[in-house]
Ligand binder design. Sequence first.
Ligand code: ADP
Length: 256
Amino acid sequence: ARERSARAARLESLGQLAGGIAHDFNNLLAIILNYADFLTEEVTGDSARDLARIRDAAERAKSLTGQLLLFAKREPTEVETVDLNEVITDAGELLSRTIGANIRLVCRPCDGALPVSANRGRLDQILLNLVINARDAMPDGGVVVVETDLTEVSAGEAIPLPPGPYARLTVSDTGTGMTAEVRDRLFEPFFTTKPADQGTGLGLATVYGIVGDAGGHIGVESTPGIGTTFQILLPPAAEPAGQPAGPAAALCSGHG
Ligand code: ADP
């Protein structure tokens, strides 16, 4: 447990550092984009094309710093009651198109609804990041399974969450898996094993930040040559005001 909290503290300070840099860069990029816009009205021909390239690169840099700011929790988002099952069902088509023909996507929402308190856009982002990573880990094809259920964290378990019911999102793949060294570092911002033009190392750092914001927990199990499973636990949404508080287990059957 001590090792875990040391890691959490390290990620926290890395996040603050990255967030500070991202914030300053964002301001500088805004200035660059502003002046590029002024110039766009004045230059023509080859120079206009060069200017467009400068603008494009600055826009890309801005979207990267935006991701960093999200990881550093500097951008508050609206929290609503969202059905996790709806999130994974709605994302199915986009995900199928993202993963390519040699990978099979299996989507298994549990029965009923699985309401959590979170931001819908951020949940989409979690899912997309995990599924893209699964795809990248299966260059020769394979299967990615996205499933949900309601689970129970009991006192004394290794998971650093208060005991109680949790909505669980599991994304598993039959990919390359990863070594213990990679597993230890994969939530660090900028940690990537992918070529520079393919990986930023911000995907899982962002997921980690989002899950933490939502009062949840993310865990990973991976075996080289066999595959990887990510598990995300999120506190179920409180019953809407005025509604009788039914047992959480009634929200989603088939858990255990
Ligand atoms: P990126 O995808 O840009 O590299 P991430 O933070 O999403 O950044 O992932 C960090 C690293 O974790 C990846 O480069 C990869 O080495 C490892 N990783 C993440 N997901 C998986 C997976 N499903 N299977 C194998 N390795 C993974």
